[in-house]
Design a protein around this ligand. Structure first.
Ligand code: ADP
Length: 933
């Protein structure tokens, strides 16, 4: 038998592709061999040895009743666990078979607040289409996401790999099932790994076949579903069908909860690629923590469905003004009704997780306590209406949301449950004690009879004492002896003749009688009958409630919505946020805006932003650490919040609906992750230039920094032109290339702004205020001073910088038609987009078709000038070089030790500068400062 068990285990294990197998052996679920070792390690379970056929196998087991918590722990660690149950065979023996497979995406026992999505991804190449798109970037993908714990099920088709990644990142699935050709598509697979911590499972490729998938969707959601919900994309149907097929195959009864299929299109939501979701720290900070994310800052929800919905709103802002305005209207009502809002939040606090309860009801795993929680939560809509009755919220969109529910059925269901279930039911649904008296006649009879017998038993000790003059008599019951009369040893010889002895203990004896045995049989019979009948009645009741699973989900969603609106209103009220004006226009204007997260921990200096169809591209300059990124992210977050339907941290804001937000932030952030930074930077830039449209908002925080200056500046320059001329997206671009600020003179919709800093008594104070025009200097020399570079070098640097500026100013005047002084007004006034050209030989710009274009002659002239200067400057040549390096050194981003070494080296080079005659590099080779305004 023993060897048989291990053998049986191993052959069952062959049948499944699950990672682990838990096999029932009597009262335990056992893991054997490698599985036992793994489970022992992961869960700290004791591993013993089981001998079989002369060999010995590791074995670890858990009692039957305790499997759930172990499954939960294993599934949370990403394992898929098959469960084999034991059943009796006709011949009186046992056999076992796999009854279910529990996986991270299909586990029902989760208690986390977060959604638990199972995702399917299919690529166009799986079926009919072109096999040639080998790099996969142009391939369309179908995606489906199902949360079996709440019954949410949604599917879509997207254009390309980046869009697929963005969706995966948004839903953060627990498990992903890739279609057959996705499995061979290495970049997509690594993208999935990168975007999610999901377990990858590889089910039968057949599940993804069009015909089979369509059939599965129809079976699950009703014959006409794919078309009626607008799910016409074959790829989406294939993904949805695979999810249905996969969950069915796990056998865990999880499909019942999925009652409704929602199709969505990428056009419904603001495109937020994975990088942007990370950069804007929507749900996690760049360091990976939740604390400090936008979501954590705004999360004042009081229910778990509310939390899930808030996360959804923030990661999937809307593009249709109708829904945005609906949310804002409701929020406005809430924001100005503090007392009513408090009451609403109090009432909501008592709501259970109706989506999950509905799901458990539908798949038959809900117990009596779950149904009690359904009962109590179904009372919440009416209680909310009561709470807002006579307040400002009466007649508000909040009330509408609640009235939008089928309240009649809600009440009916609640009453049905209220009149059925006992207040304090046992844990097991097979034990009896679940129902109130009066619910079922037959049950009442059993209970009456049961109570009669119990009474008889309860009175037996007293009666026996009296009748037979026995002291020390008790009547009790245990598992082995059943009911018994226990008599103290001292009087044990006085018992009547019809007492039969059952057991002798140290101080007492146990007896039974014919009558007691008969009553005992009756009690057992009644208990069994009661347990069976109650279980039957309970299943019927549960099924009746399950028939209304959609209603439960509706109520759950409505309560979640009210919770989110109240939470956002709370945050808005406490932090002085205002309602944004959301338009279909082109404007993004913010008055006294703040960063929603930074303002929580800092005395924040509010600032303004004005962008519209004529002022679409802002170059943001300013010293390091002055607040450029904060300003830009704040703009993106305000647009995002507005489109999520939230108030915003600003005195006033007008947000023209954007179709996508794209960001790319400093290459240095990825250094820590050890990625090839420049490559990543360029990939991100490429994605933005491909994906953004004129309705998008683009945030560029340094571009081209990861390569040599000329390369970098040229790329930044060309990208700016492309975004301005071809894409037309609203763009905020922070750069340390001051040279770029001259772009405002050449491109009509480009403007300069800078973060103001003030220098007083040699100290730089960051004012954190945004002003028009480019910054006038980089403060690099000041930083050098702070770093302890010797005074002569610092003052020499100042001198040289002054001269460079003068020179540049002359140049720029030569090429810019005398417009330089009016930097922020230059180039305005519309007109055709102009290509400006960066002249590598001179390190400056000229206009390609402008009248003041510099000729080859003037270049030659300049070279002559440089030659002339070279003699003058020969002793300063090294100083210049050192200065260039100094300027290019980012103090905040260079490790102190390296910085010291550099400074030392600079000093050495300058100290013996008398030898510096051989240097020939023309100063013009390195770009200098921007012209001073
Ligand atoms: P930069 O991008 O120019 O290097 P950051 O945007 O990273 O600068 O900001 C530098 C620091 O200044 C951050 O710690 C940030 O919290 C703070 N900061 C930025 N803007 C403001 C502001 N408007 N008010 C107060 N503090 C700010």
């Amino acid at each position: 038998m023993t060897d048989g068990i291990v053998g049986e285990f191993l052959s069952l294990k062959e049948e499944t592709d699950a990672d682990l197998l838990a096999m029932q052996c009597g009262d335990f679920y056992e893991f054997f061999a490698e599985d036992a070792e793994l489970v022992g390690r992961e869960l700290d379970l004791k591993v013993s040895q089981k001998s079989s056929h002369g060999s010995s196998y590791p074995m670890a087991g858990v009692p039957l009743s305790e499997l759930s918590p172990y499954l939960k722990a294993l599934v949370e660690k990403g394992y898929r666990v098959a469960v084999a149950d034991q059943y009796d065979t006709d011949g009186g023996g046992h056999a076992r078979e796999i009854t279910k497979v529990v996986t991270p995406g299909t586990f029902l026992g989760t208690h986390d607040a977060d959604a638990q999505y199972l995702a399917a991804v299919v690529a166009d190449r799986d079926g009919t289409a072109s096999g040639d798109h080998d790099d996969g970037t142009d391939t369309a993908y179908g995606l489906a996401f199902a949360d079996v714990t709440t019954g949410r099920f949604t599917a879509t088709a997207v254009e390309d790999r980046d869009a697929a990644r963005a969706e995966l990142h948004r839903f953060a699935p627990a498990e992903v099932i890739p279609g057959p050709s996705v499995r061979t598509d290495e970049p997509m697979l690594s993208a999935i790994r990168e975007e999610t911590d999901a377990t990858l499972s590889l089910p039968d490729a057949e599940l993804f076949a069009t015909g089979r998938a369509r059939h599965a969707v129809r079976e699950q959601f009703g014959a006409s579903t794919p078309e009626t919900v607008g799910l016409d994309a074959e790829l989406a149907i294939r993904a949805a069908g695979a999810v249905v097929g996969y969950t069915e195959a796990t056998g865990a009864g999880v499909t019942a909860a999925m009652t409704r299929l929602q199709a969505y299109e990428s056009g419904d939501h603001v495109a937020l690629d994975a990088t942007t979701q990370r950069n804007l720290e929507l749900t996690e900070t760049m360091q990976g923590g939740r604390e400090g994310s936008l979501f954590a800052t705004l999360d004042h929800t009081v229910t778990t469905p509310g939390r899930r919905l808030l996360r959804e709103w923030l990661t999937r802002p809307r593009r249709d003004r109708a829904e945005i305005d609906r949310r804002l209207d409701a929020l406005e009502a809430f924001a100005s009704a503090a007392l009513a809002r408090d009451r609403v939040r109090d009432v909501l606090g008592e709501a259970g997780d109706l989506e999950r309860l509905g799901s458990r009801t539908a798949n038959g795993s809900a117990d009596a306590r779950d149904l009690l929680s359904v009962r109590d939560t179904l009372a919440v809509p009416d209680r909310l209406l009561e709470a807002i009755d006579g307040t400002e919220l009466e007649g508000s969109p909040i009330a509408e949301t609640l009235h939008g529910l089928d309240l009649e059925t809600v009440r009916g269901t609640r009453e049905e449950l209220a009149s059925a279930l006992a207040e304090d039911p046992p844990d097991s649904v097979r034990q009896g004690g679940l129902f109130q008296r009066g619910y079922d006649e037959e049950l009442d009879e059993i209970i009456d009879r049961h109570e009669e017998v119990r009474e008889w038993l309860d009175g037996l000790a007293d009666r026996e004492r009296e009748r037979h003059g026995l002291s020390h008599v008790t009547v009790d019951r245990n598992k082995t002896d059943g009911y018994y009369i226990q008599v103290g040893k001292s009087v044990a010889d006085q018992v009547p003749a019809h007492y039969r002895e059952v057991k002798t203990l140290k101080n007492s004896k146990r007896f039974t009688t014919d009558e007691l045995e008969e009553r005992e049989r009756e009690v057992l019979r009644l208990e069994e009958a009661r347990g069976e009948l109650e279980h039957e009645l309970f299943c019927e009741l549960r099924e009746r409630v399950a028939d209304r699973a959609e209603l439960l989900q509706d109520v759950g969603r409505a309560l979640a919505r009210v919770d989110v609106l109240a939470a956002l209103a709370e945050h808005a009220a406490v932090n002085g946020w205002t309602r944004p004006t959301v338009t279909d226009g082109d404007e993004l204007s913010i008055e006294a805006g703040r960063h929603p997260v930074v303002e929580q921990s800092t005395e924040f200096v509010p600032n303004d932003l004005a962008m519209d169809d004529r002022r679409r591209f802002l170059l943001v300059t300013g010293p390091n650490m002055s607040g450029k990124s904060t300003f830009m992210r704040q703009a993106a977050l305000i647009a995002l919040l507005a489109q999520a339907g939230s108030f915003v941290p600003a005195r006033e804001a007008t947000v023209g609906v954007v179709d996508g937000i794209y960001t790319r932030v400093g290459a240095l952030d990825e250094l820590a992750e050890g990625r090839s930074t420049f490559m990543v930077e360029m990939q991100e830039l490429s994605n933005i230039l491909h994906s953004a449209t004129e309705d998008s908002l683009v945030i560029l925080d340094e571009v081209g920094r990861g390569t040599a200056t000329y390369d970098g500046i040229s790329i930044a320059w060309a990208a700016t032109e492309y975004l301005h001329n071809e894409v037309g997206a609203k763009t905020l671009f922070a750069t340390h290339y001051h040279e770029l600020t001259t772009l405002a003179e050449h491109l009509p919709r480009v403007e300069n702004v800078h973060v103001a800093a003030e220098e007083r008594d040699g100290d730089v104070t960051f004012l954190r205020t945004i002003r028009e025009g480019p910054t006038d200097r980089s403060y690099g020399i000041h930083v050098a001073d702070l770093a302890g570079v010797p005074e002569p070098v610092v003052s020499r640097a100042d001198e040289v910088l002054g001269r460079l500026r003068e020179e540049k100013a002359i140049e720029a005047r030569g090429s810019g038609g005398g417009d330089v002084e009016a930097g922020d007004g230059a180039g305005e006034g519309g007109g055709e987009p102009v290509q400006a050209v960066f002249d590598l030989s001179s390190g400056s710009f000229r206009s390609a078709n402008g009248d003041a274009q510099r000729t080859d002659d003037s270049d030659a002239q300049r070279t002559d000038d440089s030659d002339a200067q070279r003699t003058d400057d020969s002793d300063a040549q090294r100083t210049d070089e050192v200065l260039e390096e100094l300027k290019a050194t980012d103090v905040n981003e260079t490790p102190p030790v390296e910085l010291m070494a550099k400074v030392q080296q600079w000093q050495e080079r300058i100290v013996d500068r008398e030898d510096g005659s051989g240097a020939t590099a023309a100063r013009g080779e390195e770009p200098g400062e921007a012209p001073e305004r």
